[in-house]
Design a binder for this molecule. Sequence first.
Ligand code: IMP
Ligand code: MG
Length: 185
Amino acid sequence: MIEQEMIEEILIPENQIQKRVEQLGEQISRDYQGKQLFCIGVLRGAIVFLADLARYIKVPMVFDFMSISSYGISTESSGVVRILKDLDENIENKDVLIVEDIIDTGLTLDYLLRMLKSRKPASLKVCTLLNKKERKKIKVPIDYCGFDIPDKFVVGYGLDFNGLYRNIPYILVLKPEYYNKPMDY
Ligand code: IMP
Ligand code: MG
């Protein structure tokens, strides 16, 4: 799946991710008791997390997906958010939970929240696996967070670099020579 020599550091091993995802699922199940959850997975990064998380959620739920572009092929946020695929369903009066892989500057989430709020859901919350606190360019509300991580570009468990490494079951930092663009990390 990945050569050992490409790995700079394993930031979060698989067992820690699984344990935390289970806790998040339990917390969400308690908070949404008696309700039906409408989960929005943000493509493509969140699908691995959402697939695992969903199996720990014990309240009735549906998924829908949205695809937005915030990054091109580099590791830096462009600040430009474009909808590539919108939701299939109407979210009016629904209890909506946005599921994200990572919140970095917060620009993508801020845009998404404003757009979804205008569609008048009954409630709107955010669940992210990872959060890079130090990188925020804008204040965003995060209701459920798996891990706060340092300012490093990570891959694995849904997160990619140029589309690759999403299938790795843990979160890692690649050696700099494998990020084929100069970075400010
Ligand atoms: P934001 O708008 O800066 O918060 O960017 C969020 C998006 O940037 C995420 O959904 C990811 O697609 C991407 N991203 C940010 N940091 C990383 C990282 O360390 N690895 C992989 N993708 C990242
Ligand atoms: Mg994403």
